[in-house]
Write a protein that binds this ligand. Structure first.
Ligand SMILES: [Zn+2]
Length: 430
């Protein structure tokens, strides 16, 4: 839904957002050369990727030149880290200089150091968070980066952060009320769950609470949910597209809410997933990201597996970046459920320990305003203790993938189609 933008005096987070086309091109080319040279010199994995492609760092001068390099995907990083632990050769600073390590599903170890990069602050700033706001941060503070990086971004905007994390709905409702929280950071589903809980407790959310704006990532914001939040509850909603492996938010909405501005901390390409060749503006392909401000980790051309397109239009807000249209689907066998990635080979390693299970499939559906995940497992022996098995699988799944499956169903052998996909995403986002 496009609303008339109100451009504030302090609208922009930095001068990068309003560079001219020529300035941005020169900026990207200089950042790119430096990034590739640094990765080649300091990250053995990046050196090997360039050497194998027969490309020298000096050949990568423009965004178009990136096509000379292969796309590196989540599964490649997992494999490289497994054979060369812990960082797979991507670390490009001395190990002692690593300030923190995140663990994303896979598992992927993501080293970080203090770089001065505002991973999420620019997008929270564009959403209007400022000093005086009290912001409830409902992303998990464990292992994956979202909780801590969003917390820091709330502080970077001058606002007060309340680190509630995921899943404590009732405590969160109470804290929002007691602290007169004005902002929410998290997934749209969890905000809807909070509102529902507050209403069940007898509150009128619109009148009794103070939430004025909400910022979402990790899950697409369906237009029906946006409408409910904005019209029924008077909450100004914003969304950002974030990818953890290369760092943080890649694209974010401004007050026009008409597609997502690209962050200048990354080079974002849209490519044909089968050959890595760049597509033209407007064409749908895989989102491929190269961070150009992160010298900690020599990750070039990270293939997100997300499908989208880029458009180049003039935005009334005054930002001059190109924009990413919404995420239109996933390539391959990984899926984001309630903000967490479920990767096929993680689930494969779980089921490898259960001889009773011959085959499995995960189905993700959108029920109301929530992602619902069902695991279907084919049993070799129908007489086993299904309740105990479901319990064990559920617990192990939670400990590996960090989210709970909603249903675990057992079916007799040969029920699932022979060459069926392991993960099926049935969600529609309209
Ligand atoms: Zn804009």
């Amino acid at each position: 839904m496009a609303i008339k933008p109100q451009i504030r005096k302090d609208e922009y987070f930095d001068e990068l957002e309003v560079m001219t086309v020529e300035k941005r091109e020169a900026y990207f080319e200089s950042r790119l050369s430096e990034t590739v040279a640094n990765a080649y010199k300091n990250a053995p994995a990046a050196k090997r990727i360039l050497d194998d492609a027969g490309v020298s760092p000096s050949q990568i001068k423009t965004i178009k030149d990136l096509e000379l390099l292969p796309v590196t995907r989540k599964s490649d990083i997992i494999e490289m880290q497994r054979s060369n632990p812990p960082y797979g050769g991507f670390l490009s600073i001395p190990q002692n200089d690593v300030e923190r390590v995140f663990i994303s599903p896979g598992p992927i170890y993501e080293p970080m150091q203090h770089t001065g990069i505002k991973w999420f602050a620019k997008s929270l700033w564009a959403a209007g968070f400022r000093k005086g706001d009290v912001v409830i941060n409902t992303f998990t503070y464990h292992m994956s980066p979202a909780g801590i990086l969003c917390h820091e971004a709330i502080s970077d905007c001058g606002a007060t952060a309340v680190p509630v994390g995921t899943g404590h709905t009732e405590v969160t409702v109470q804290a929002m009320l007691d602290l007169r929280a004005t902002g929410y950071v998290g997934t749209p589903s969890f905000l809807m769950a909070i509102i529902k809980q507050a209403e069940e407790l007898g509150y009128n959310f619109k009148n009794d609470f103070y939430i004025k704006r909400a910022w979402f990532t990790g899950e697409m914001l369906a237009s029906s949910v946006r409408q409910t939040l904005e019209k029924d509850y008077d909450i100004d909603t914003y969304q950002a597209y974030a990818v953890t492996e290369p760092g943080g938010a890649i694209a974010y909405e401004c007050s026009c809410k008409d597609r997502l501005h690209l962050m200048d901390e990354y080079i974002v390409e849209i490519v044909n997933p089968s050959n890595g060749k760049q597509l033209t503006d407007g064409e749908v392909g895989e989102v491929v990201v190269t961070p150009v401000h992160n010298n900690t980790w020599g990750l070039l051309r990270f293939g997100t597996g997300d499908l989208s397109s880029i458009v180049d239009d003039v935005c009334p807000c005054g930002r001059t970046t190109k924009k990413l249209t919404g995420i239109q689907g996933r390539i391959g066998e990984a899926v984001k459920v309630r903000g967490m990635f479920v990767v096929s080979n993680q689930v494969e390693s779980l089921f490898a320990q259960y001889r009773e299970v011959a085959k499995w499939q995960i189905t993700v559906a959108r029920i109301g305003q929530r992602d619902e995940m069902t695991i279907t497992a084919e049993l070799c022996d129908d007489n086993c203790d299904k309740i105990k098995l479901a319990d064990e699988i559920g617990n192990r799944f939670k400990s590996i993938c960090l989210i709970n499956p909603d249903k675990i169903e057992f079916v007799p052998a040969d029920t699932l189609p022979k060459d069926s996909k392991t993960i099926v995403d049935n969600r529609k986002w309209d």
